[in-house]
Write a protein that binds this ligand. Structure first.
Ligand code: SF4
Length: 308
């Protein structure tokens, strides 16, 4: 392969299935602590699996296992993926109770925590490092979204990139693998900025990255902004997106495992048919494009290419 796909099998030697959970957390960019409107692109409801509704953590895990088993997905174990909103946004005692309820399930091998970089501190990170030392798999995924402060401000993110750099560095320093999430196509960002972003991200100690195209969801503030200022948005069709992604990956550190390259929410949340493209189709297009160029992830970083 010409890029580094994210694989739990490779990382831990096990086929692990993530179970997306709703830990009942909220978001400081919605409850007034940082802001009230949330990030302009956000409609977090689009990312809640239906099996989480009205259930405690253990019930969600049971329902998640049944959901995946019903689709014929085999696994050696499961990871409790705290995905909804900001999953370190609570006092440490609350985090302990939620995470440890998940870890006490016999089929759960570890936790993956999605959060904002401004919702972490030394005490929480020390606790996560402790859970890892006890033999649990522990990973943190930060919503980076953009490395540019002007963009973060424009999308009402409520923190600067320096905050991300600190959170990522401190998490990595404690031996907890760090993943990041970015969005390609945020307003005001040019092609050149996006390519430069790959180099900036390569300097962070992240071990994985999820990349999403900007999806303009119905009813979001970014939808209004797009209607008013369409020229500020780099709107790409799938072919152009794959081209840009190939350019991006050529500038990205080769050991950063790529977990996702497209976001797709249920059709009722978006007007764009783009969102219905399947992840697998895009992966194939990307591999083909890199092959046509005889290129690979990290080619322009001057770092050694991985061999596969
Ligand atoms: S994207 Fe995340 S941080 Fe932003 S408003 Fe939504 S839940 Fe909060």
């Amino acid at each position: 392969m010409r890029y580094t796909p994210f694989s739990y099998k490779e990382r831990y030697g096990l086929r692990l299935q993530r179970l997306a959970l709703d830990g009942g957390f909220t978001c400081p960019n919605r409850d007034g602590t940082v802001g009230t409107g949330g990030c302009t692109f956000c409609d977090n409801r689009a990312f809640h699996p239906s099996y989480t509704e009205g259930k405690n953590i253990t019930e969600q895990i049971e329902a998640g296992i049944a959901f995946h088993a019903g689709r014929g997905r085999q696994a050696d174990g499961y990871l409790a993926y705290f995905q909804a909103f900001s999953n370190t946004y609570a006092p440490l005692e609350v985090l302990r109770a939620r995470y440890e309820e998940a870890l006490s399930h016999p089929a759960v091998k570890g936790i993956v925590i999605g959060t904002r970089p401004d919702c972490i501190d030394d005490g929480k990170l020390d606790y996560l490092a402790e859970l890892k030392m006890q033999g649990n798999i522990v990973e943190v995924e930060y919503g980076i979204e953009s490395v540019y402060d002007a963009t973060l401000e424009r999308v009402n993110r409520g923190h600067a990139f320096a905050c991300t750099m600190d959170a990522v560095t401190e998490t990595h320093r404690r031996g907890v693998p760090v993943g990041g999430h970015i969005i390609i196509g945020l307003p005001g960002e040019t092609r050149e900025m996006i390519l430069e972003e790959a180099s900036i991200l390569s300097d962070l100690p992240i071990s994985s990255l999820k990349i999403h195209q900007l999806q303009i969801l119905k009813g979001t503030a970014i939808g209004t902004e797009f209607r008013e200022h369409p020229a500020d948005f780099l709107r790409l069709g799938p072919e152009e997106y794959i081209d840009l992604l190939a350019d991006f990956l050529e500038r990205l550190r080769p050991d950063i495992a790529i977990g996702r390259i497209v976001s797709s929410v249920p059709p009722s949340f978006t007007d764009a048919p783009w969102g219905l493209l399947k992840q697998e189709e895009l992966w194939k297009m990307l591999e083909k494009r890199l092959e046509e160029r005889n290129s690979y992830q990290g080619r322009l970083t001057g770092m050694k290419a991985f061999s596969k």
